[in-house]
Design a protein around this ligand. Structure first.
Ligand SMILES: Nc1ncnc2c1ncn2[C@@H]1O[C@H](COP(=O)(O)OP(=O)(O)OP(=O)(O)O)[C@@H](O)[C@H]1O
Ligand SMILES: [Mg+2]
Length: 212
């Protein structure tokens, strides 16, 4: 299907502490070095209103009902897509986004047990049908999550039990296999430089194919 905009939409997905932010930073510098304009962003959040929703969602002091949680993620996404992602793509920029629709499927679908088809419908409404040109999924085992968590205070979702994180990880692996768009599943426990090279190889391949 022909793309509706000039820009490129790359999403970095994966469980907590899998390396999304670290790799996004390095990837951003790489795109700059190629002379491309890059917009870094994240979910939940990305705009002032959506960041306010993020603060509510991740605050460990709140007890949030699963349906309220799902709808707040989708509300944040709707604002983010409309206000920031679509305008940047229409202006021909590369949008590097940490987490997007697949996070709702992995966390609220596989993690909390909501129907995947309901979340897919909500995702379509919130995104106006926008889909990533490439989704990179980082996979790390539990022990790496525990090690990497020691460096920073945990947010509300990171305080969920290990069984929840295991369902989320399985979710990502399954979603990666059945996703209709371009997906790259990366071993997030490899050294930083090896992970970055793997992502760049895929991006360079897509650029050569003129997909991006
Ligand atoms: N491949 C790697 N090898 C070793 N350490 C890593 C690797 N990737 C990330 N880290 C370290 O793990 C920690 C978490 O990484 P990062 O913040 O990039 O993950 P994240 O997926 O963005 O996490 P979150 O979901 O909390 O936003 C950081 O301290 C980072 O330096
Ligand atoms: Mg991060």
């Amino acid at each position: 299907m022909p793309r509706k905009y000039k820009g490129v939409f790359i999403v970095l997905e994966g469980p907590d502490k899998s390396g999304k932010s670290t790799q996004a930073q390095t990837l951003g510098k790489y795109f700059h070095s190629l002379g491309r304009e890059v917009v870094w962003t994240r979910e939940p959040g990305g705009t002032p209103f959506a960041e306010a929703i993020r603060a509510l969602l991740l605050n460990p002091l709140h007890t949030v009902s699963p349906i309220a949680e799902l709808l707040l993620y989708e509300a944040s996404r709707a604002q983010h897509v409309q206000e920031k992602i679509l305008p940047a793509l229409k202006a021909g920029k590369i949008v590097l986004c940490e987490r997007f629709t697949m996070s709702s499927l992995a966390y609220q679908g596989y993690g909390r047990g909501f129907s995947i088809s309901v979340i897919e419908k909500l995702n379509r409404i919130a995104t106006q049908g926008l889909e990533p040109d490439l989704t990179v999924i980082f996979d790390i085992p539990e022990k790496y999550f525990v090690e990497r968590c020691r460096k920073k205070a945990a947010d509300r979702l990171e305080l969920e039990p290990a069984q929840f994180r295991e369902r989320v990880r399985r979710g990502y692996r399954e979603l990666g296999k059945k996703h209709s768009g371009a997906v790259l599943l990366v071993d997030g426990k490899k050294p930083l430089s090896a992970v970055q090279s793997r992502i760049r190889r895929e991006i360079d391949r897509l650029l050569r194919k003129d997909c991006l």
